[in-house]
Design a protein around this ligand. Structure first.
Ligand code: UDX
Length: 475
């Protein structure tokens, strides 16, 4: 790494090493690189290997001379993080990178090599290293502002006796400022569901969230017109927030300016994308297809898979479904399906292991999205004006889906149910019964998302301000 005796600024980006977090950090990386800032992106050994197998990633980043990957020590394990326990293991192993990080920032114990750190807002040890070395740390929390605020207010929720939950998860939550009146217990991020408040994942996220006040600033992948009222609550505690989302949309604007589709088509996937689904979409009528994907971490049981499958086939609508090979449990010996299911799928369905999701959601054949309400997926859907059926599984997804239905009116929240009749009805409601109503609000919100990232838009201005502030740190 170069000394900082001369410009340009040099940022070290340290994401939590799972796809959803890495994606938004990669988008920010590209935007910083486009502004001339040098970026080093920290990656685990396993994820580096997986990324390099994806030729798009290689060609994309080699075009930025100021970009490089830096591998973390092997002690930071990036197995397949498919459960909360495994994510906690990651979390623990990440801490072993503390000395390594300190040595990266300060050469021979004195010369700073980095202008600032942008680290995932779940890694307080990076704040310790920043304080020790005098390198400013900007936290980037990749989930929604509403989930961040809910975790921030966890102590109030506990003091008010609203957590741990009793039996009725429909009881209202009144102790989170700004969310009184529409939030139920079941809508809190999943970790609140633990009956034991010492549950390590809950403690981890709440503790980490409170540490945000120590960071130089906070970056959120959201936009003011979407989460303005929650953001004004967060600003009472954390004054410097850069709301710069939807991050992927800045790159769309950039691609249009360059009149090239290279940015749009490029991917940061840890899985190989199956582009045959785009070809299949080309043959489908306008807004006729339901896209189904549960992100990079969610796991479904065989029973749940069958409920979704029957619900989709019975709805009579076309569907494109991403089923990651590692995402279904108890599949052994159980691959015989009914004739109706086989025929309905052959006639109207298409399945892939991993899709180029941004491109899929932007395709004119897509009419709805059955999603797990991961934050990236939610923003990608909002930006394309695609209404959603939300089936949240974990983390921030429960609160995101409540906002989608109740506040933004962008779709239906079917959390805590998995039944073919409900799924069939939800698909029909989304694609026909309530189609017009959702189309209006989805179009309006998509316009606001686009406005945010275009010239003069709030997210664009905030991104420019972030870039300026980083450059000023370098002087
Ligand atoms: C997780 C959490 O679920 C999410 O709520 C949190 O905010 C970030 O980390 P994940 O569950 O993977 O991420 O969901 P999501 O945030 O939606 O991210 C998935 C990403 O993978 C999206 O950017 C999506 O475009 C991409 N994807 C998904 C693909 O490119 N292809 C696919 O087939 C499926």
């Amino acid at each position: 790494m170069a000394d900082l005796t001369s410009s340009p600024a040099h940022v070290l980006i340290f994401p939590f090493p799972v796809q959803g977090h890495m994606n938004s950090m990669f988008k920010l990386t590209e935007l910083l690189c486009l502004s001339g800032i040098h970026v080093t992106y920290l990656v685990t050994v396993q994820n580096h290997t997986r990324l390099l197998q994806n030729t798009d990633v290689v060609s994309k980043y080699t075009k930025y001379p100021g970009f490089c990957f830096q591998m973390l020590p092997e002690s930071v394990s990036a197995g397949n993080a498919l459960s909360i326990d495994m994510i906690l293991n990651y979390y623990e192993s990440l801490k072993t990178a503390k000395t390594f990080l300190r040595d990266l920032l300060i050469r021979e114990g004195k010369t700073k090599t980095v202008t600032c750190l942008i680290t995932d807002g779940l890694m307080k040890f990076t704040l310790d290293v920043g304080e020790e070395t005098g390198v400013p740390v900007i936290y980037f929390r990749t989930a929604s502002a509403c989930s961040f605020w809910a975790y921030f207010c966890a102590d109030r929720v506990i003091e008010a006796g609203e957590c741990p939950f009793k039996d009725d998860m429909d009881l209202p939550i009144r102790s989170i400022p700004g969310m009184e009146g529409f939030l139920r217990q079941r809508d809190l991020p999943s970790m609140f569901r633990a009956h034991d408040l010492n549950y390590s994942a809950f403690k981890m996220v709440v503790t980490e969230t409170h540490q945000t006040v120590r960071a130089h600033a906070l970056i959120l992948n959201t936009f003011e017109d979407l989460e303005g009222s929650t953001l004004s609550q967060i600003r009472t505690q954390i004054p410097t927030i850069y709301t710069i989302g939807p991050l992927h949309a800045h790159l769309r604007v950039q691609a249009q300016l360059e009149t090239t589709s290279s940015v749009l088509a490029s991917s940061n996937s840890l899985w190989k994308e199956d582009r045959s689904c785009i070809k299949w979409l080309e043959d489908q009528p306008l807004k006729s297809v339901v896209y189904v994907s549960f992100g990079s971490l969610a796991i479904v049981t065989k029973e749940q898979l069958m409920e979704f499958w029957h619900g989709l086939v019975n709805s009579g609508y076309r569907f494109l479904w991403v089923i990651r090979p590692d995402s279904v449990t108890d599949m052994e010996g159980g691959r015989e399906f009914s004739v109706e299911l086989e025929e309905g799928t052959k006639a109207r369905g298409y399945m892939v292991k991993w899709a180029p999701q941004e491109e899929v959601l932007a395709h004119p054949a897509i009419g709805g999205f059955l999603t797990h309400s991961g934050w990236n997926s939610t923003l990608e859907s909002i930006h394309e004006g695609v209404p959603m059926i939300c089936w949240p599984q974990s983390a921030d997804q429960q609160i995101n889906s409540r906002f989608v239905e109740e506040i933004w009116k962008l779709g239906l929240d079917i959390k805590d149910t998995c039944n073919r009749v409900i799924i069939e009805k939800a698909v029909r409601d989304l694609m026909e019964g309530r189609k017009e109503e959702f189309a209006i609000s989805a179009k309006e919100m998509a316009a606001l998302a686009r406005k945010a990232v275009n010239d003069g838009g709030a997210s664009r201005c905030n991104l420019n301000k972030l870039i300026e502030d980083i450059q000023l740190m370098n002087v």
